[in-house]
Design a protein around this ligand. Structure first.
Ligand code: NAD
Length: 284
């Protein structure tokens, strides 16, 4: 039986720490501010943006939502980002992805000031993560590491396998495990001997986007299994990339879906926004 690492509990602790620090900042006359841009009316994006706004209110930040119509032009979007870059009371800016097809995501990410890039998607922040000299970490991999630390799991010297190589999850996840001296293998859609590689993992991170993809026979006895996936199963029920029923009895630690990595992402966004406010006000 595995220990279940509760993202609900860990994220609640992170959020309460952010809230306490926010109160301290407010006593110095500083109130962290996050601007969230959403273009079009993708229902999933709307839910994410609402959750981010609620989390801001909960920890005491000011949040501003810019809900732009789907026909917004690249120029209009870049002009808004530029305006927000120059507003001192806005410490963090994020643009909810994906954007409608006619908009250039890369150009928008590049336009956000790296000091306000609380998603840590800007190339200069990505480069800083590579060399281990960073202000912000991307929220999902940072959330996974927070769970690992809270559970007291040692990464150093362990065989770590990350399935998935996206810029948002897989690649930075591998880098964070490497920073903690894990021996890291990144697997992806073209990996040939996936089962064999995964069966050798002491720490296995699944960021594939396929429901119940990781089966019991892919997991070593006693492995730590961290499930980033958010999918719907054949009955429309929320599930991860890991087949929890099969894998949980073999794992030493496992994160559930829902209630695992998901809630961590927003908590880490709050942490990044707090950090941005501190840096921009020369605190610490
Ligand atoms: P993505 O589609 O960008 O990347 C998926 C990766 O999986 C790719 O690198 C691909 O090479 C790999 N892959 C696909 N099929 C494979 C196979 N058969 N064998 C091995 N590798 C394979 O997805 P993403 O943005 O990295 O997200 C991954 C999952 O994590 C999704 O379910 C997404 O919803 C979820 N997610 C969750 C959070 C959160 O807050 N918990 C945040 C971001 C993403």
């Amino acid at each position: 039986m595995a220990v279940i690492i509760s993202g609900k509990e860990v994220s609640a602790r992170v959020r309460s720490e952010v809230k306490a620090e926010c109160e301290q900042l407010k006593s110095k006359g500083i109130c962290p501010g996050l601007a969230v841009i959403i273009v079009g009316d993708d229902p999933a994006s709307k839910v994410y943006v609402n959750n981010k706004k609620k989390a801001c209110a909960d920890v005491g930040f000011v949040s501003e939502e810019y809900a732009l119509p789907a026909e917004t032009t690249q120029e209009e979007l870049l002009a808004l980002v530029e305006k927000l870059n120059h507003r001192p009371e806005i410490n963090g800016i994020l643009c909810q992805l994906p954007l409608p097809k006619h908009l250039d995501e890369k150009a928008v990410i590049n336009a956000i000031s790296p000091m306000k890039d609380v998603d840590a998607f800007h190339p200069s922040n990505v480069g800083r993560i590579m060399i281990g000299d960073y202000h912000f970490l991307p929220c999902t991999p940072a959330g996974v590491m927070e769970m690992v630390h809270t559970a007291g799991i040692e990464v150093s010297g362990k065989n770590c396998v990350v399935i998935g190589r996206s810029n948002i999850v897989g690649k930075p996840m591998a880098m964070l495990l490497l920073h903690e001296n894990g021996t890291v293998t990144i697997c992806h859609s073209k990996t040939k001997n996936l089962k064999e590689i995964c069966s050798n993992a002491d720490i296995l991170v699944a960021a594939v986007g396929k429901p119940k993809f990781v089966k019991g026979d892919m997991v070593k006895e006693g492995a730590v299994v961290l499930d980033v996936g958010i999918n719907r199963d054949e009955n429309g029920k929320l599930c991860g990339d890991v087949d929890f029923e099969e894998v949980e009895p073999k794992a030493s630690y496992i994160t559930p879906v829902p209630g695992g990595v998901g809630p961590m992402t927003i908590a880490m966004l709050m942490k990044n926004t707090l950090m941005a406010a501190k840096i921009q006000n020369n605190i610490e």
